[in-house]
Ligand binder design. Structure first.
Ligand code: GTP
Ligand code: MN
Ligand code: MN
Length: 403
């Protein structure tokens, strides 16, 4: 009789913020398939479907061992019909037909290439594709007027589509720390985003800056940016002013997930020494490395010249620097705990925290504050631990937030 009882093989709570998700993913084939479907949905302006696939992928990421049979999935949350079909396909055939054909589709390839340009979102890419623009070459020749971000994105396309290493993140951290210390002694720089979660690679480097004395952080961003700019560290930057107003009697939470901290989206010019560069490319002769890049599947041939400079002798060489996306955020110390929590990610973990707060606790969580809708008051916190406690959640350290 016992085998007729539906026993959950794994016990997985349904919100990602209730469970630990390390970087040690035992089900990468399955989660890659589900993540690709999520990505495609997001790129196709179908955010609802995107979240469903992200949640399914996150459940699989949290499992302690590889899944080999559908029966192991009994009782697991967030696995919809579609996700289960994909998982079954992968388990039975080694790959999902749907995912494989999507990866080969013209639409998906074009969306990937175009949204790979910094400053180009899914909507813009879709509009261009409807006009027949599928490659960077076609985009360049289309006569479209690109905004400043997109121009920079196109110019540094290859660099920005190459992952940022932990070593590069640390080099940038050193620069940012020096600048911050010189413009405001005592100010503190915290590495957030994927690198705080222990990732070894990332698509950008995220920093949160604060000062232990409330109010001292006002005006800090523009000073930091001016200094960086004067030293030639910035290839691009766009700073957005703080627009968060706290009033005493109303919940001044931002209307969307976007927070209102003073922030700077930038592209850094990171100096690189040649031997290090050669090591990164696997110490292969340059023509071989070039060839490998050409094999990446993305149609970046038109852009490989942007990785190169002409030396005075006329021969090609790698340029001695590379472009890296960097996000800077400034927070007052009173909101710092919420800001670190909000900027550490993963994106799904953050989304799940806010959903938990709203649906299970009648609270509103943002990167600025936590508001208790029943008690009609803000809950203070000076550490991430306190925020988890307010939310009745077991504390999950950054390295276990890789949902
Ligand atoms: P990689 O950069 O790809 O390594 O991953 P990441 O997790 O660092 O992603 P990303 O840099 O895009 O975002 C880092 C964190 O900042 C995530 O938790 C995001 O949710 C958060 N984030 C990004 N943009 C915003 C924003 O506009 N507002 C808020 N509140 N958070 C944001
Ligand atoms: Mn990041
Ligand atoms: Mn970022």
């Amino acid at each position: 009789q016992a085998d007729e009882v539906e026993v959950a093989v794994f016990s997985v709570p349904s919100y990602a913020c209730q469970r630990r998700t390390s970087l040690d993913n035992r089900n990468t084939v399955l989660t890659d398939a589900l993540s690709l479907l999520a990505e495609n949905a997001e790129l196709s302006d179908q955010d609802g479907r995107g979240v469903a696939f992200r949640r399914a992928a996150a459940v699989m990421k949290s499992l302690p061992e590889p899944v080999t049979s559908m029966t192991q999935l009994r009782g697991l949350p967030c696995l919809g019909e579609h996700s289960l079909r994909v998982i079954r396909d992968v388990l039975e055939n080694g790959a999902s037909r749907e995912v494989e054909s999507m990866k080969q589709s013209k639409q998906y390839k074009a969306l990937k290439v175009l949204t790979g340009v910094f400053g180009v979102g899914a909507k813009t890419a879709a509009r261009w594709i409807r006009e027949g623009i599928h490659t960077l070459h076609q985009l360049r020749n289309s006569g479209h007027t690109l905004n400043r971000a997109q121009q920079a994105g196109l110019e540094h396309y290859d660099d920005l589509n190459q992952q940022v290493s932990k070593a590069e993140a640390e080099a940038i951290q050193q620069i940012v720390e020096e600048v911050v210390a010189s413009v405001l002694p005592g100010a503190k720089v915290t590495l957030t985003g994927g690198f705080r979660r222990g990732k070894l690679m990332g698509h950008d480097v995220d920093f949160l800056i604060t000062h232990p004395e409330e109010g001292k952080e006002v005006g800090l961003m523009s000073k930091v940016v001016s200094w960086l700019e004067s030293q030639g560290f910035l290839l691009y930057q766009k700073t957005t002013r703080n627009s968060y107003l706290v009033s005493d009697d109303s919940p001044a939470l931002p209307p969307s997930n976007m927070d209102r901290f003073e922030r700077c989206l930038s592209i850094f010019k990171l100096a690189q020494d040649q031997p290090h560069r050669a090591k990164q490319l696997g110490a292969l002769p340059l023509d071989t490395a070039e060839h490998r890049r050409g094999d990446s599947g993305l149609q970046t041939d038109q852009d490989s010249c942007s990785q190169r400079i002409q030396t005075p002798g006329g021969q090609e060489d790698t340029k001695p620097w590379r472009a890296v996306r960097v996000d800077l955020v400034v927070s007052p110390i009173s909101q710092f705990a919420f800001a670190v929590l909000g900027w550490t990610g993963s994106k799904l973990f953050e989304r799940e925290l806010r959903r938990w707060a709203g649906q299970e606790k009648a609270m509103s969580l943002s990167s600025h504050a936590l508001y208790d809708n029943k008690k009609r008051k803000y809950l203070q916190a000076s550490s991430e631990e306190e925020i988890f406690a307010h939310l009745d959640l077991e504390f999950i350290p950054p390295s276990e937030r890789n949902a």
